[in-house]
Design a protein around this ligand. Structure first.
Ligand code: CND
Ligand code: ZN
Ligand code: ZN
Length: 375
């Protein structure tokens, strides 16, 4: 048992005190884990656009909050009843839990565990938080909260992984890579020889490209407004890249002409209503499948021509790539260790944790794919 087990840990965390504010590195108190919870020492954590959705208000959260949901770390201590992880285990916190009991978990095809915190409750199952700062409770984010030296998660929100896995790389399996790769491999089930189109070439979009390539797609078209993203997209597998700004015609017509009307799969990996419709319209009217991967802005509605679906298209979405998180993350780590895919291409910046605001600046300027913060 570690010397800190059962005690409050004081450590550094990046606290967001309110909407659209920079992170403030504070000393916080992290309470010991309660029943069915584990306290984790975070070793490395990536910056994902979803964290920014909390800052910008596109996603509802309670303040003050500790965001961050893509990380790897080591279990420091466990609460009563925990049997599947123990102190010293290398783990990945899971923003999508797998309770094993809810309607999604018991169905082989479901992965959206009902314990996911999509509404921004910001508390653990008992309705309280494990963080305090300056005497105030600080809320959790997506069952994870990784922008801190220590966090507390529930047992069903943590996956034990290979102890030899490098945390500064496999942290990306906690969100970005798994989400994108799974969208292609598991949700769309891209078939060999097909043509795929990926809207949005950030860390998640590039991971979709890697998935399409692994699945044997013969043509992969990357779309972004920022042409600086094209080079990297090509190096991970895009066969060509275009910007909608270079065309007068609607993008679905451009793609249809480019491919002789043969787009099998499209992926929206931006998180905008317009691109969701563009992606739907861009897949083949009869056999095409379009997958919504980008997080939809809170409380916004879509209007679209139902003829798009009537003709035969399939419209899907997926959270965390469709993976069952506790079952599949350890397997993805095994695949990474067996060199079935490479994460280095996605990691453009590595920064010390206290430079977190710089990491977000890189995201805003469109200069980074993934910045990884080291604790
Ligand atoms: P990031 O911001 O790095 O990438 C988005 C890319 O889209 C950037 O390269 C932009 O230049 C590009 N872009 C912006 N507007 C347009 C446009 N109109 N047309 C084409 N390209 C455009 O984000 P990320 O890769 O970290 O995340 C992408 C989305 O995925 C984002 O919405 C995030 O919240 C979401 C997501 C979903 C899930 C899930 O489980 N489904 C998990 N993590 C992240
Ligand atoms: Zn994410
Ligand atoms: Zn469940």
């Amino acid at each position: 048992m570690s010397s800190t087990a059962g005690k409050v840990i004081k450590c550094k965390a990046a606290v967001l005190w309110g909407l659209k504010q920079p992170f403030s590195i504070e000393e916080v108190e992290v309470a010991p884990p309660k029943t069915y919870e584990a306290r984790i020492k975070i070793l490395a954590t990536g910056i994902c656009r979803t964290d920014d959705h909390a800052i910008s208000g596109a996603m509802t959260v309670k303040f003050p909050v500790i965001v961050g949901h893509e990380a790897a770390g080591v279990v420091e201590s466990i609460g009563e009843g925990v049997t599947t992880v123990k102190p010293g285990d290398m783990v990945i916190p899971l923003f999508l839990p797998q309770c094993g009991k809810c309607s999604s978990c018991i169905n082989p095809n479901g992965n959206l565990c009902e314990k996911i915190d999509v509404t921004g409750k910001g508390v653990l199952s008992d309705g309280t938080t494990r963080f305090t700062c300056k005497g105030k409770p600080v809320y959790h984010f997506m069952n994870t909260s990784t922008f801190t030296e220590y966090t507390v998660v529930e047992e069903d929100s943590v996956a034990k992984i290979d102890s030899a896995a490098p945390p500064e790389k496999v942290c990306l399996l906690g969100c970005g890579f798994s989400t994108g790769y799974g969208a292609a491999m598991k949700t769309a089930q891209v078939i060999p020889g097909s043509t795929c189109v990926v809207f949005g070439l950030g860390g998640v979009g590039l991971s979709v490209i890697m998935g399409c390539k692994s699945a044997g797609a013969s043509r992969i078209i990357g779309i972004d407004l920022n042409k600086d993203k094209f080079e990297k997209a090509k190096s991970v597998g895009a066969t060509e890249c275009i910007s909608p700004k270079d065309y007068k015609k609607p993008i679905n017509e451009v793609l249809s002409e480019m491919t002789n009307n043969s787009v099998g799969y499209t992926f929206e990996v931006v998180g905008r209503l317009e691109t969701m419709i563009d992606a739907l319209a861009s897949c083949h009217m009869s056999y095409g499948t379009s997958v919504v991967v980008g997080a939809p802005p809170s409380s916004k509605m879509l209007t679209y021509d139902p003829m798009l679906l009537f003709t035969g298209r399939t419209w899907k979405g997926c959270v965390f790539g469709g993976w069952k998180s506790r079952d599949d993350v350890p397997k993805l780590v095994t695949d990474f260790m067996a060199k079935k895919f490479d994460l280095d291409e996605l990691i453009t910046h590595v920064l010390p944790f206290n430079k977190i605001n710089e990491g977000f600046e890189l995201l805003y300027k469109g200069e980074s794919i993934r910045s990884v913060l080291l604790m």
